[in-house]
Ligand binder design. Sequence first.
Ligand code: AHG
Ligand code: MN
Ligand code: MN
Length: 316
Amino acid sequence: MQQSTPRALNEVLRSRGEAAGLIGVILAVARAGSGIAATLRRARLEPGAPVVGALERRNVQGEQQQQLDVIADELLLSALEACPAARAYASEEREQAVALRDDGDYLLLADPLDGSSNIDVAAPVGTIFSVLPAPAPAALLQPGRRQRAAGYVLYGSSLLLVLATGAGVDLYVYDFERDDYLLAESQLAVPARHKLYSLNEAYHNDFEAGIARYLDFAHGAGYSARYVGSMVADVHRTLLKGGVFLYPATRRAPQGKLRLLYEANPMAFVMEQAGGAASTGPGGPILDVTPHALHQRTPVILGSTAEVEQVLTHLG
Ligand code: AHG
Ligand code: MN
Ligand code: MN
């Protein structure tokens, strides 16, 4: 794994006056991201290196782990182990958080590889991360509003880092030759409206009536649909082009599928920082939810403010 410092990224964060510890944590994620990207790129080149395909074991949530889920999780952990500001690491792939340094100021929570069922078909996947302050060792269950930074690395046709530290959203592009992340765009703003929805419509009969009503409305109102099946790709498109991404509750999954701490909170933080909205539905803004469990799930409705509101008007 590459251990060099992404200098340009470091410079931008320093020039913004970010705390040294927070910069350290973000750089660790960025390093892990380029390491994960390198592993993904070689995945089909080395038949002896078993990195594509499912593992026999399942994660704490009973989901089948892909080999790369575990590799990505380990790359993140080892990057954080070298980071003095990291107090603990919690991950979708681990039942318990890993304690790192007692005097670390930050907690990192992550979905190390999002969209992992798309790996086998070389479709975009990503790493989603959330940084919380660490006033105490067991402070992982804080509302998303308290995030100090959040974002994702998107392993798509470009390797991108989208980062929000509380003053807007920046888009960095990884330069493979320089082994660095270059700032490509600042102050990303999600378009206020766009007639586009993104959800797994195959669950239509399992959604609550309000979502079905919204879909009826959208079908009659000239909407388009897009769904990659990797949250990170679907949310990234929503951020740049507008529209609404939904993963509502279903009959089988009454809290939806997505995890509050590893997926919903960081994406909600990015979306709000870009001027958009992120809601659980009747439960209100995602960022205001006080978590009660590390692996808790939540319904997700996020994207352009007007499009999220449009969905909400059809609910309950
Ligand atoms: P993960 O690969 O981290 O388990 O996440 C998969 C998630 C998310 O990326 C995507 O939005 C969703 O699963 C898709 O689920 P469905 O197949 O039910 O649509
Ligand atoms: Mn995920
Ligand atoms: Mn995952």
